[in-house]
Structures are given as C-alpha cells and as structure tokens.
Ligand binder design. Structure first.
Ligand SMILES: [Zn+2]
Length: 337
C-alpha cells in the first residue's frame, strides 16, 4: 500500500487557478512541503504558480526521518508532475521552529524532534542528489506567502498581509511591503505572548495572561474539553449557537481575544489583510462573524479604531488550499531568498 495520499488539484473548487504577480512565471515546476509535528503536506506548483498535485504523509520525527520523508515527498511530487527532481527550479520547506536566515538551518524544531541547530536545507539538498536548490522557511512565513497568493490571485497581490495562526498557540507570519518580516531572532509575529489579561491564566512561557491563553484552540480545549473526539472549537461554537450560556460567554471571550490579535497586527503593521488560519479556522464563517462583531463593538467606542476598518481587514484562509505548502513552494522558487 502506498504510504501517501495523493490528489490531483486540477479543477477542484477553491483552488487558485490564475497566475499571480507574487507567483510570477518561473520557468519551471517547484515543490513545497509543509512539515508539521504530525503530518507532511506537499504540493507541486506549476510554472504559473498554480498547485497541481498534492501528497500527504505522516511526519517521522528526528532529523533522519524528516529528511527522508521530505526527500520521498519531493520525488513523489516530481513524478506526479512528470519530471525528474533535477528539473525542479526549487524546493521549499516550511517548518515549525526558528530558521536561521540565509543558510537554511533550523533551531528549536522540537515539534519535529530535532534538537539544536541543524542545516536542514543542506541535508535535503544532499539527499536529493545535489541537483535542486532547497530553501527552508518558518512555517508561518511560508503560510503568509501562500495565503497572500491564494487569496489575491485575480486581483493582484496585497503586499501587506498577516497570517494569524490559531492552533495550539497563536502567532503570525508577516508579509510587509511585499517582503517577509522575520526579525533579527526570527521571532517577529510572536504575538501570542503579549499580555492580554493582567494576572490572567498561566502560560507555558512562564508569564500569565498571554493572548494565546484566550485566542488559541488550546484555550478552548482547556475551557470546554471535547468528550466525543471532535475539536473543541467546533463544539463550543455549536453549543453557543444552541444557546448554552457558558458556551456563549466562552465564544465571545474567544472572539474578543482573536479580535485583539487582529487589532494588534493592524496597529503595529497596518497590514491590509489579516488572514485567519490554523486548526481553529476550520470553524469557518461563524468564526469570522463573531470576530468581526467583536471588532465592530470596539470600533463603536473609538472613532480612531472605527477609522481603521478593522473588521473589513479580516478574512479566513481559503478552505481546501494548502497555504503552508503553496507558500513553501513559492519560497522554494527563490522569490523570498
Ligand atoms: Zn505566554
């Protein structure tokens, strides 16, 4: 049995079909891999920047497992595209962890079981026979590139976009003036550890009241543990919709916290769009509705906030588009080297 789930993306609804200015013609195919703690999602992107083939496989933790899994996925995607690995213009990888700018090394990729500082790009480059450039990027940086490309396809790309990931934690990828903002320590966008509630809930970072204790999927899971295996965020929103007072209060506090994250991103970077992604975004339009409502409520108290049109800047990551892998492929083409 093949260990991969494979799919051709041609003609699937919601997929970006048109070339974008960001994607631009590159003269060849590229592969992007979004390597997470549990799964690897890869796409092959055609010369017009459109994702055409997709593979998913389980992450094998540890350096050798990650490199072997990535190499297998790249070879599989090249085969699906009908070309050899050496014909790819580049391979990009998004990983959770600090990526050292320039040399493709990764630090603190604890979710991948990789300790210390490791030259991941060089390892994969060697494993692929030294025939294709490999670039590594932080997963949220890759995601903001993919989100920008996927949501702006037909309208030209907005150069100022934040990708707000709501999952186990809360953090953002930043595309500012058309360039990734990584920061001198790779920690730009780590807004999850801004204090939202003085003397609030304890956080794993050692402090209390951090934003991610209120705006993450983990926060909802802690407050409303799932009893049937389904994700807590979906259960909270369903219970709130059904009128459960506790769920309504929890949902509204969550919406306020996510809205606060949006407000922080707009007030610090004046991004034109905040794209909400991560596991919690699977809630879909009901999430967008309550976050926008929370932002509008704040705006009614502040002519200044009202003038910034915060609610209008929030969108959801397009459903069904693997923005992390797509962005990684665009990074792999060297657009953001
Ligand atoms: Zn914290």
């Amino acid at each position: 049995m093949n260990a991969y789930d494979e799919a051709s993306l041609d003609g699937m609804p919601g997929r970006p079909r048109a070339a974008t200015p960001l994607a631009g013609r590159s003269g060849g195919w590229a592969v992007g891999l979004d390597i997470g703690g549990t799964k690897v999602l890869g796409v092959a992107v055609d010369p017009d920047g459109v994702p055409r083939h997709e593979v998913r496989t389980a992450t094998v933790r540890g350096l050798d497992g990650v490199v072997t899994g990535a190499a297998d996925a790249v070879e599989r995607l090249a085969a699906l595209a009908g070309i050899g690995v050496g014909e790819l213009v580049g391979v990009g990888i998004g990983v959770p962890g600090v990526v050292v700018p320039g040399d493709g090394s990764v630090e603190h990729a604890v979710n991948l079981g990789i300790a210390g500082r490791v030259p991941l790009a060089a390892h994969l480059h060697d494993r692929l026979g030294g025939v294709v450039p490999v670039r590594v990027e932080n997963d949220l940086n890759a995601a903001v590139v993919g989100a920008a490309a996927a949501t702006d396809g037909a309208h030209g790309l907005a150069p100022d976009v934040a990708f707000l990931a709501l999952g186990t934690g809360v953090a953002a990828g930043l595309l500012l003036d058309g360039r990734l903002r990584r920061g001198v320590r790779g920690s730009a966008g780590e807004i999850g550890h801004l204090t939202l509630v003085p003397d609030g809930l304890p956080c794993k970072c050692g402090r209390a009241g951090c934003l991610e204790q209120y705006a993450s999927g983990s926060a909802l899971d802690a407050a409303w543990p799932s009893t049937d295996g389904r994700p807590s965020p979906a259960l909270v929103f369903e219970a709130a919709e059904a009128g459960d007072a506790v769920a309504v209060a929890l949902r509204d506090r969550f919406a306020w916290a996510v809205g606060s994250a949006v407000r922080i991103l707009v007030l610090t970077c004046d991004v034109g769009r905040v794209v909400i992604g991560g596991g919690v975004a699977a809630i879909g339009e009901p999430l967008l509705d309550v976050v926008r409502a929370a932002l509008l409520a704040e705006s009614r108290q502040s002519p200044f906030l009202a003038s910034l049109d915060l609610a209008e800047r929030v969108t959801l990551a397009p459903a069904g588009v693997p923005v992390g892998a797509l962005g990684a492929a665009l990074v792999g083409r060297g657009t953001y080297a």
